[in-house]
Design a protein around this ligand. Sequence first.
Ligand SMILES: [Zn+2]
Length: 89
Amino acid sequence: MMLRCVLCGGEDSDGCEGCGGAGTVTITQCPREAITPDTYDFIRLADWADEKILPCGGGVLDQSAGFMDALRYFRNVQNELKADDGKTA
Ligand SMILES: [Zn+2]
């Protein structure tokens, strides 16, 4: 399975840590095997965030910058996959 690199958006970006400048990433294993337990935990938190339940008390400004960055990245990837309908770049 070949996917557009989500780090550089598929642009031919030399030095991209995600694809090395190829613009695509090849997955040769079951995608589920590449997902760590921490990633599954994050996905559950992102689902709760959709319900306006955030991991830390308070509002958006009370959340860690890391969580908010990861949530933004996750949403961008989801939107890109929806736009591509899972097709290869
Ligand atoms: Zn890349």
